[in-house]
Design a protein around this ligand. Structure first.
Ligand code: G3I
Length: 305
């Protein structure tokens, strides 16, 4: 296989990219997307502020453009994300507990109904845990007003809204074994033991020199998989360049392939110039869509050439 998507498919995985609707008119962008990837994640278009900017008033246009593009080409779609403290419209933060609970459940129900049958995996809850050593939940309107139970409630609502979508918890700085990933692990173990519906855990995998690929990355993926959930690499990017960056990417892909329940990898953008890390070069294609050493490392780790 000579593309990322085809090589990953040969290993029973998908290989995706975060996509922005406002680049879908650019020929090189679309050509690279269509050639190399078989999964997409809308980078911002399915976030709460994009889909429900005022209460009960939904606008799906930009997200639909991405979903339609993907569906027309046989690509799967990751839904990102239903319940997150960021990119949350102001009206949500202003609600009291009982209103907030119904707004959260209504948002999940409306969005998942609109996309029912079209989404491979949903990031139902994103980034609900704090960084650092506390293992505690992050302060957010959901946490502060609804308490720990909001995550469970979101997953139960999501299962009923689209029973065929895989339901994921997604976070960053949980890529190795540490206090934060231990806290997520304890939550997933608890959900599995009590029958709370959860199918997958997303490991964002945003790496840089201060936070490189952890040496226990594969072991961490495996311990989650051993709880009976799939694991996915959901937002991969690695700051740097050249051989060092390529080595990091190769390590991530090799780790995923070593874990049978690691079902796919998504990179967080296509060319460096559109990365959220402004001025950085963390992706697989340079600003002219030329394949970087990191691209070749990924393709080779996937068994392609
Ligand atoms: O849409 C507005 C536009 O109307 C406005 O004119 C413009 C002016 O700044 O801003 C636009 O919104 C920006 C949005 O991206 C769309 O381009 C926001 O300012 C900007 O903050 C936002 O950044 C996104 C970021 O999430 C927000 O938290 C990045 O593109 C996106 O890559 C990033 O993705 C997150 C994942 O969702 C969760 N994990 C971490 C990851 C990286 O931060």
């Amino acid at each position: 296989a000579d593309t990322l998507g085809a090589a990953a498919a040969g290993k029973g995985r998908y290989f995706g990219a975060a996509v922005a609707a406002n680049h879908l008119g650019e020929a090189q962008y679309v050509n690279t997307l269509n050639t190399e990837f078989n999964s997409v994640t809308p980078e911002n278009e399915m976030k709460w502020d994009a889909l429900e900017p005022s209460r009960g008033s939904f606008g799906f246009g930009n997200a639909d453009r991405i979903v339609n593009h993907a569906q027309g080409r046989g690509m799967s779609v990751r839904g990102h994300t239903l319940v997150w403290h960021s990119q949350l419209p102001g009206w949500v933060s202003g609600l009291g507990a009982s209103d907030l609970r119904s707004a959260m459940n209504n948002h999940i129900n409306q969005v998942m109904a609109h996309y029912r049958g079209k989404i491979h995996s949903w990031d139902v809850v994103n980034e609900a845990f704090q960084d650092g050593n506390s293992g505690a939940r992050r302060s957010s309107p959901f946490q502060d007003r609804l308490g720990n139970g909001f995550i469970e409630e979101a997953f139960r609502t999501a299962r009923a809204a689209d029973p065929n979508a895989k339901l994921c918890y997604n976070d960053y700085n949980t890529d190795g074994v540490n206090a934060k990933s231990n806290a997520v692990y304890a939550m997933v173990r608890d959900f599995k033991s009590r029958g709370v519906p959860i199918d997958c855990v997303g490991f964002q995998s945003h790496f840089n020199s201060a936070s490189p690929v952890p040496s226990d990355y594969r072991a961490n993926l495996q311990r989650f998989a051993d709880l009976g959930v799939d694991v996915q690499i959901t937002e991969l990017d690695i700051e740097g360049s050249g051989a060092a960056q390529a080595t990091g990417y190769g390590t991530v892909v090799t780790a995923c392939l070593a874990v049978s329940r690691c079902t796919g990898i998504t990179v967080w953008g296509i060319p460096d110039k559109y990365s959220w890390r402004s001025g950085g070069t963390p992706l697989l294609f340079d600003d002219n869509y030329t394949k970087k050493p990191a691209y070749h490392a990924v393709l080779s780790a996937l068994g392609g050439s």
